[in-house]
Design a protein. Structure first.
Length: 270
């Protein structure tokens, strides 16, 4: 049969572990092009998460149209992908074939492990219009790349009773500072530009912005899986967190979060 999208993976965990990094809303929009699959989740028009699985990671990846787009329940998709359980025996994995015939049709999953095949049909919905954060590299003002352990330590040490996380990026001291304002008072963590954890430092001007911690918390799932994180801001203070995730086979995938700054702050507070 002719499918608008068909894709095969030897190990379904490559997809399920990546999708677990973006599950803060039940519904996700899937967008397939010749270069791969993007799964997008949004909340409250102020945060967007994208999981990218490049075409090369699939054993087979075929898109018949210029792009294929549909909306699907993320929780149902994850339940189906892990139908044989989340932890396979050593040396075994769940093979996945994913097919979508087009508008109005269900997403078909064929999962095979140890000679047992399960077929899942997941209803698809009309995709909603997604936010366009218009975050192109030419508009980036400041960018740093950190080893993920540096940011994991920060989230462990900072006071998460704070409503906001304040991020300062500057060509001069303090270079990169994370601040919280919780029940126990203010806390600051500084990273010098020559820190061992700092892989790249490109700051053109001093920027201080605050972001609601409730919006950033879901991204800690991607942070836990990642080895590096790129932190970028544009002139309006929009934040991009791009997590580089290496799967069990050493292949690289990306999960990106876009977050708008908290607007309820006066200049005096900063």
């Amino acid at each position: 049969e002719r499918y608008a999208l068909s894709a095969s993976l030897d190990n379904a965990r490559h997809l399920s572990s990546l999708l677990r990094a973006v599950p803060f809303q039940d519904h996700a929009t899937c967008f397939a092009t010749a270069s791969g699959l993007r799964v997008t989740v949004e909340d409250a028009k102020c945060i967007q998460a994208n999981a990218f699985i490049q075409a090369e990671i699939f054993q087979e990846f075929s898109v018949q149209e210029e792009s294929v787009m549909f909306r699907v329940s993320l929780s149902v998709l994850l339940d189906c992908l892990t139908i044989f359980g989340t932890s396979s025996l050593p040396g075994t994995s769940t093979a996945l074939r994913m097919c979508y015939r087009g508008y109005g049709y269900p997403l078909m999953l064929f999962l095979e492990e140890g000679g047992v095949v399960t077929v899942c049909k997941i209803n698809t919905q009309e995709p909603e219009e997604l936010l366009d954060f218009d975050f192109c590299s030419t508009k980036v003002v400041n960018k740093i790349i950190l080893q993920s352990e540096g940011l994991r330590e920060a989230f462990a040490e900072l006071d998460m009773t704070s409503e906001v996380l304040q991020i300062t990026m500057s060509p001069d001291k303090p270079y990169f500072r994370l601040s919280t304002f919780g029940n126990a008072g203010s806390a600051h963590l500084d990273y010098p530009r020559d820190s061992d954890l700092m892989e790249a430092f490109h700051c053109n001007q001093t920027q201080t912005n605050r972001y609601k911690i409730s919006l950033l918390k879901p991204s800690t799932k991607a942070l836990a899986l990642s080895c590096k994180v790129s932190i970028r801001t544009d002139a309006q203070g929009f934040l991009s967190l791009q997590y580089m995730i290496r799967n069990e086979d050493g292949q690289i995938c990306f999960v990106e979060y876009y977050c708008c700054p908290d607007e309820n702050i006066t200049e005096a507070e900063l």
